[in-house]
Each structure stands twice: as C-alpha cells, then as structure tokens.
Design a protein. Structure first.
Length: 258
C-alpha cells in the first residue's frame, strides 16, 4: 500500500452466483447504515436480493455499540437469532437481560424484538439472522432459547467421528429452522456430496478448507461467509493444521410448498 492505495491490481476471493451460492470474503465487506445500530459496523451478507429466504449479518459492535433503542427484528411473523463470535454482549428480549460471551446465542420467536449492547472493553462481533416464520397448523409456537455452544456436546455426523455437529436449538416441530455448528478435524470431510432442498448461511469460525459449491471446489477459511441455495451440491474438506468449524442455519421441519 502507498498513500492508502494498493500497489497492485485489485482482486477478491469472493464469488457470487445469484440464487445458487456465494462465498463472501471479509476483506470486501462494507458498512451498511441500518436504522437502530449505533457505533457498529454492519455488513449484510445474505438477503432475498442474493436469492436467500433469510437475511444474515456480521456485525462488529465497537466499544459502546448497540441497538438498544430501536431493537432488531420483532415483527409478528419474523424470527431472529444471534451468535457471539467474539467479545461480550448483553441482549434484552421479553423484558429479560442475558449476557453472552463467545459461543453464546439467543433465538427470539416471531414477535419478539432483541435489543443488543456491547458490554466488552473493546470490540465484539456477532452473527445475526432473521427470516419469516412458517407456521404449522395445529403446532404450538416456538419459544425463546438461550445457550452457549461451548456447553453442548458434539455428536458424530453421519457416523463419522472426524466430523461432528452441535444442534443449538430444539428439534421440536414448533421450530421451522435450526442452527448448527459443524466441526471437521484436519483432513476430514463430508462422507458424500450433499444435494437437498434446504438452504444454508454459514459463517466460518476457525480453520480452512475447500468447499464444493455447485461442483466447484472453492478455498475457504476463518471469517468467510457461505450462502448455499436449495439443491446446490455441497461438501467440504478441512485442510491445514487447525479444525475447521462453522455455524450455520438450516430450514427444517416443514414440507415443501407447491
């Protein structure tokens, strides 16, 4: 860099395949002015404009950053989720305060607004999500859920001990989605290339690997974001010395619409 300008041609690892998949590298993220977020750097990752049925964000809350005046989500038909990537935040929902450190999370059911405040001495970073809730006739409504991923036991994924998963939300049919953390030991990978109707938004928490997206192998690493649309082939190998881990959403517990 010279005088703030690059001394070589601009380049990017990001890949956008509208409606199919996207890899969004952190180096190219820009700040979005979202009403209610103060002293924050808010990047909108997935949205219906990309082809997703949900909206994902990565938000850096600077010291004193918050949205405690206006709040996040809260419409009658919108559910939301927050995961703490680093730092410490306080979230107020349903008139109760919750403090979360790294790995902490909260799910807010439709009609519940969350108010977020950075209580860390320094920056905090959160992965945010919202989508419209799909009701199931005769089924009870979902409820507020809090927890910390560090307190959840990993289970083998598809019988593969080198690849493990954590469910962050109940598997009850009241919920039309879940959040998971998938972890690969170095050298491990999916047992097969998946093709399914569900879509994902995934934020890489650690490690590096190569990801099959629409039968294209794409290098990925910590800090990257991946959108995977319905029926897009997908699988991953972990490479390097560290475990590869990512938190991701998955629509579930509902039939396909006609």
């Amino acid at each position: 860099m010279k005088n703030g300008f690059p001394d070589k041609l601009l380049e990017s690892r990001s890949i956008i395949k509208q409606g199919l998949y996207a890899l969004i590298a952190p180096e190219g993220l820009v700040n979005n002015s979202v009403p209610g977020f103060e002293n924050c750097y808010v990047s909108i990752l997935s949205s219906p404009r990309l082809g997703a049925s949900f909206v994902d964000y990565i938000v850096t809350l600077y010291e004193g950053g918050h949205n405690k005046e206006r709040g996040f989500a809260g419409d009658a038909d919108v559910e939301s989720f927050l995961y703490v990537v680093e730092g410490e935040v306080k979230v107020t929902a349903e008139d109760k305060e919750h403090t979360f450190t790294e790995g902490g999370y909260i799910y807010c059911p439709p009609g519940t607004k969350m108010f977020i405040e950075n209580v860390n001495k320094g920056d905090s970073k959160v992965f945010l999500y919202k989508q419209k809730y799909k009701e199931l006739e005769g089924q009870s409504k979902p409820w507020l859920v809090t927890g910390n991923a560090n307190d959840i036991e990993e289970i083998e994924y598809e019988g593969t001990k080198e690849m493990r998963i954590k469910d962050l939300l109940p598997t009850d049919f009241a919920f039309d989605m879940n959040f998971h953390i998938l972890t690969f030991d170095p050298g491990a990978g999916h047992p097969f290339i998946e093709t399914h109707v569900q879509e994902h938004g995934a934020y890489l928490l650690s490690g590096e690997g190569v990801y099959n997206l629409d039968n294209e192998w794409v290098p990925v690493k910590k800090g990257d974001y991946i959108f995977m649309g319905p029926y897009v082939q997908q699988a991953c190998y972990a490479v390097g010395r560290d475990k590869l881990s990512y938190v991701y959403s998955k629509d579930c517990n509902r039939d396909a619409d006609l």
